[in-house]
Write a protein that binds this ligand. Structure first.
Ligand code: ZN
Length: 255
């Protein structure tokens, strides 16, 4: 009996997309997926099917109730660039635990790519960097007035999808810095009226985009922080977290 092979060849461009999706490192073991030899860089990865291209009857049975990332086993949604060793380990023997892990990982990679592809559409006024710089200044210490924990809004806004550690960090950032940032925005608005409203609208708008892709609050919070960090040339991620906490407290971010 001749068994039909469902696998297909992937084009160079598809391989490039898959390679970039994992930033050139095996997402399972972290190994680099390229090597340098004779002055040239060679890619060393395999394209692994998450749901098998040619499932054996026992694999079909094992995965029959599991989520599928695509009906088409050769869709880019159902494949992952990994190193050869992790590919072999994944395929033999197939287990539900590993399958679920790979599905979760791939979904996150797809969502991250989808969000990053929208970055160019969502800008932020340059004045936000003034706030980030002030937050990293030593002289800040004397200017901070702590907010009362009673006035925090994050508890009402948060649902179960916001991990405790993130919630706690948002609360601390609001208590420590809210009053200071509010005063900074008042000063900025004196120079350019509506600057704060513009910034708030920009952050709200990116927040809404994230919610379309994944409404998990932990995911959304991290996505906004990463976006703000990239938009401000990776100046300070911690300062971005503080600013995002401010907008959670003051505006309709996480609602
Ligand atoms: Zn690996």
């Amino acid at each position: 009996m001749v068994v039909k092979d469902n696998r297909r060849e992937f084009s160079e461009n598809e391989k490039m997309i898959l390679y970039n999706e994992v930033d050139g490192r095996c997402p399972i073991c972290g190994g680099v997926l390229s090597h340098k030899k004779s002055g040239r860089i060679h890619k060393t990865f395999e394209i692994a099917h998450i749901y098998p291209a040619n499932p054996r009857p026992e694999e079909q049975n094992l995965l029959k109730n599991e989520e599928r990332l695509s009906e088409d086993v050769n869709s880019l949604k159902n494949v992952l660039a990994v190193c050869r060793i992790c590919h072999r380990k994944f395929d033999t023997p197939r287990t539900i635990e590993e399958y679920r892990l790979w599905v979760r990982l791939k979904k996150k990679l797809l969502q991250d790519a989808e969000i990053k592809n929208t970055y160019s559409l969502f800008n932020i006024e340059a004045e936000i960097t003034v706030i980030l710089q002030k937050l990293n200044n030593q002289t800040l210490e004397e200017e901070l007035v702590q907010l009362s924990y009673d006035s925090l809004k994050v508890d009402q806004k948060a649902n179960d999808s916001l991990p405790y550690a993130i919630k706690r960090s948002i609360k601390r950032d609001v208590v420590d810095y809210f009053d200071y940032i509010r005063r900074l925005f008042i000063e900025i608005d004196k120079v350019t009226p509506y600057k704060f409203d513009t910034l708030a609208a920009q952050i709200k708008s990116f927040y809404c985009k994230c919610m379309q892709i994944n409404s998990n609050q932990g995911y959304v919070y991290t996505a906004i922080v990463n976006w703000l960090d990239e938009k401000t040339n990776s100046y300070s991620k911690k300062a971005c977290e503080i600013v995002v906490a401010y907008f959670i407290q003051d505006c309709e971010v996480l609602s």
